[in-house]
Design a protein around this ligand. Structure first.
Ligand code: C5P
Length: 315
């Protein structure tokens, strides 16, 4: 019997919050031997989050509620389910868990919502089962679940290399305010990468984050940051999602400093000069009626973390 089996579960359900992300920079390169593309990216975690509660139960199950729950499968294919199963298998845990996920991050929206569910489930089950794994070991397990899962655990602003999971915290000052225009209809990430491949027959071996991005991040100045945002998957997202032009168009004439597609899309993230301006921009975009949901968020946000109670508000 392994050590973790003789420990007791935590007495109360465990509540964890994990962030969605946007990519401030996303440069795509050639595919590596595993079939994944080499990326040079800058992630920023934002205050649009997933809440994951873990309660002792027979077997492993997931129940999703919230804004985007109708688009989620609550079966073994769910990344939160996969995360709990991987952790149980790795640590020899035979006890079960019920995972209750409140889904605020859009599905297939380019914001790594599924990855946030996986990261939240990993941390919540780890705390419930008291596995004794180190943070590094959890991050390693996270990498096995998907390229964006390690970042959902660590949060903040970070450079991502390799397939996106090799993280280095970025020196970034200040808080930025973003307006997100989200859609019910998703973009498949593999399809976005396949479209990029078709358009880029001679891809760079080693994509890089431009130096001026780091300068802009250190300055904390949204006007400087607006000038360096770049996403190589914008073009594929525009090809795959016919309504995207209209969403981007809705931001013209507003105070937005820059607009960009988030990850593989179709979420559009617009950088605002400050919080009041972000609220005004959101109002205009809502009035244009081109997005299913419009939200103002801030970044950087913390990585997956324990909440004192399910009612804890974002601070
Ligand atoms: O890791 P994740 O499951 O989020 O990736 C989804 C898909 O996106 C992969 O199966 C792959 O087709 C594509 N992808 C890629 N290169 C990356 C990350 C993702 O080709 N660096």
């Amino acid at each position: 019997m392994v050590d973790s089996e003789i420990r007791e579960d935590a007495a109360e359900p465990v509540h964890v919050r994990a962030p969605g992300k946007i990519n401030l920079v996303l440069r795509v390169g050639a595919t590596a031997p595993g079939g994944y593309h080499r990326l040079a990216t800058v992630f920023q975690a934002v205050s649009l989050t997933e809440d994951v509660s873990a309660t002792p139960a027979e077997g492993i199950s997931v129940h999703t509620t919230g804004r985007w729950a109708h688009l989620v499968q609550d079966d073994e294919t769910n990344l939160a389910h996969q995360a709990a199963t991987l952790l149980a298998d790795t640590c020899g845990i035979t006890r079960g868990v019920q995972l209750d996920v409140v889904k605020n991050v859009p599905v297939a929206g380019g914001m790594a919502g599924g990855s946030a569910d996986a990261a939240g489930a990993l941390l919540a089950c780890d705390l419930l089962w008291r596995t004794g794994l180190s943070r590094e070991e959890l991050v390693e397990l996270a990498a096995g679940l998907g390229a964006d899962v390690p970042f959902a655990l660590t949060g903040g602003t970070a450079l991502g290399a390799g397939s996106g999971g090799e993280l280095t915290p970025a020196l970034a000052r200040g808080m930025h305010y973003w307006v997100l225009a989200m859609s019910e209809q998703g973009v498949s990430t593999p399809e976005a990468f396949a479209a990029w491949d078709r358009n880029n027959p001679d891809p760079p071996e080693h994509p890089a984050v431009p130096d001026d991005v780091m300068t802009a991040l250190i300055s904390g100045d949204p006007y400087a940051l607006a000038k360096v945002l770049v996403n190589d998957l914008s073009e594929p997202a525009l090809e795959l999602f016919s309504g995207l032009d209209a969403v981007l168009e809705a931001f013209t004439g507003t105070a937005a400093l820059a607009t960009m597609v988030s990850g593989s899309g179709p979420t559009v993230a617009a950088l605002a000069p400050d919080h009041p301006a972000a609220l005004d921009i959101a109002e205009s975009v809502r009035a244009a009626g081109v997005a299913d949901e419009v939200a103002v968020v801030s970044g950087p946000a913390p990585g997956a973390r324990l909440l004192e109670s399910v009612h804890e508000e974002e601070v």
